[in-house]
Design a protein. Structure first.
Length: 140
């Protein structure tokens, strides 16, 4: 089964919490409580997301975190690449030499095409699309 790790799942929940308060700075303690996320874990995720310039922070009294740009400008591919690394269904989709069976495997080309489609799909959708209450539609 393909799926996100805890990093991806919690990271998107963290961004969702910030998107719910677009004009405010939100503390990690507030986010931890509201989204039921471990504080220490989201502290690490906040560092990754800040380094990638997806969020901004202000330290001190009245400080906290906010999105660095509108949820409609935050592509899922960017978030997930920061949190998960390169997303691929198999190792050979990224590097054909990663598999000892590369010379005899007929599936590597199919996995590479699936990988490209996953990348294209995640490039198309934004954080705003993900948190929108309406059903997502896939346009081909």
């Amino acid at each position: 089964m393909f799926g996100l790790s805890t990093k991806g799942d919690y990271g998107l929940s963290f961004l969702e919490a910030l998107a719910e308060h677009p004009e405010s700075l939100v503390s990690l303690k507030e986010i931890s409580k509201a989204k039921r996320l471990p504080l220490k874990y989201i502290e690490r995720l906040a560092g990754l997301l800040k380094k990638a310039e997806l969020i901004k922070s202000k330290e001190g009294a009245g400080g906290g975190y906010r999105l660095a740009k509108s949820p409609s400008d935050i592509r899922l591919i960017n978030v997930l690449t920061v949190l998960e690394g390169e997303l691929a269904p198999t190792a050979c989709a990224l590097d054909p030499s990663a598999c000892v069976r590369a010379g005899s495997c007929l599936m590597k080309h199919g996995w590479r095409r699936i990988h490209e489609q996953i990348q294209n799909l995640l490039s198309h959708y934004t954080l705003a699309d993900l948190i929108r209450k309406e059903q997502l539609t896939i346009n081909r």
